[in-house]
Design a protein around this ligand. Structure first.
Ligand SMILES: Nc1ncnc2c1ncn2[C@@H]1O[C@H](COP(=O)(O)OP(=O)(O)OP(=O)(O)O)[C@@H](O)[C@H]1O
Ligand SMILES: [Mg+2]
Length: 258
């Protein structure tokens, strides 16, 4: 990585109380994301991917380590200093239905970040919401719908519109297409590639399916047992997996037979 990283994680450790002791979930994670880079994070179920995403977003407590974002250690920021970083670091979940307020129409779901972060005066906000809809390829008529009145693909487009509303530098996406069928999945992946090009945002894209992520990311990180066990160019990793988990994931990709 030639450029200074946008995100640099060193020795990140996190555990939860379990019985009388502690159960380690992240055990010394080291990884980095460069500006504008798409990093794929794969690993088996329970390897710690979602926990890592939550730690980066400061949604859970950590035991040790540093999370440098734009040169500032997020683990040491509190209050106003942390709030200033928030708009620059966004997240998209697999189940955006659960992440949205079910009583808020799409207009509010997308507009909330603009209001919360005071990104625009009200008249400006309407224009910006229109612009965001356009970027994610949704028609204006959907603005008055509720989240449950949208298809899964439309909901993920709304989640992406909301995530990019504050013009973040990094979006962490936790299995954003896992619940979608194959054709919709491809559309959303293309949308994300398009957004990266147009808006120069970096993506940390979590998936458990290597086939989805390998063709899409610039660099791949493989997680197992709460740490990164392999990292590199996706083509090289798929052609010659080194770690046991990576071999397992590569073998799990169905081979096409004709
Ligand atoms: N709040 C919690 N309390 C106890 N254990 C937890 C908690 N959150 C996560 N875990 C455990 O930590 C491990 C990692 O979970 P995590 O959700 O990060 O995995 P994941 O890689 O995202 O898995 P998946 O691919 O299934 O989404 C699992 O063993 C899980 O059971
Ligand atoms: Mg998960």
């Amino acid at each position: 990585m030639a450029e200074a990283p946008l995100l640099e994680i060193r020795g990140l450790t996190s555990s939860v109380r379990s019985g009388g002791g502690r159960h380690v979930i992240l055990s010394g994670v080291d990884m980095a994301v460069a500006p504008g880079e798409i990093v794929g994070l794969v690993g088996g179920s329970g390897s710690g991917k979602t926990t890592l995403a939550c730690a980066i977003l400061r949604l859970i407590d950590i035991d040790a380590g540093t999370i440098l974002f734009e040169g500032r250690d997020l683990t040491r920021l509190e209050g106003a200093a942390l709030r200033r970083v928030r708009p620059r670091l966004q997240m998209v979940f697999q189940d955006s239905m659960a992440a949205f307020n079910p009583r808020a129409r799409v207009e509010r779901v997308i507009g909330d970040p603009l209001r919360i972060w005071k990104r625009a005066v009200p008249a400006e906000q309407r224009r910006r919401i229109g612009e965001l809809l356009d970027i994610v390829g949704l028609p204006e008529r959907l603005l008055q719908r509720y989240p449950h009145e949208l298809s899964g693909g439309q909901r993920q487009r709304v989640a992406i519109a909301r995530a990019i509303a504050t013009d973040p530098r990094l979006i962490v996406l936790d299995e954003p297409v896992s619940a979608l069928d194959v054709s919709v999945r491809a559309q959303i992946l293309n949308l994300l590639l398009d957004i990266r090009e147009r808006l120069d945002m970096a993506l940390l894209f979590i998936a458990h399916d290597l086939a989805v992520i390998a063709a899409f990311c610039d660099r791949l990180c493989v997680m197992d047992g709460g740490r990164i066990v392999e990292e590199g160019a996706p083509q090289l990793i798929v052609a010659s997996p080194q770690a046991e988990m990576t071999r397992f994931l590569v073998e799990a990709v169905p081979k096409m037979k004709f």
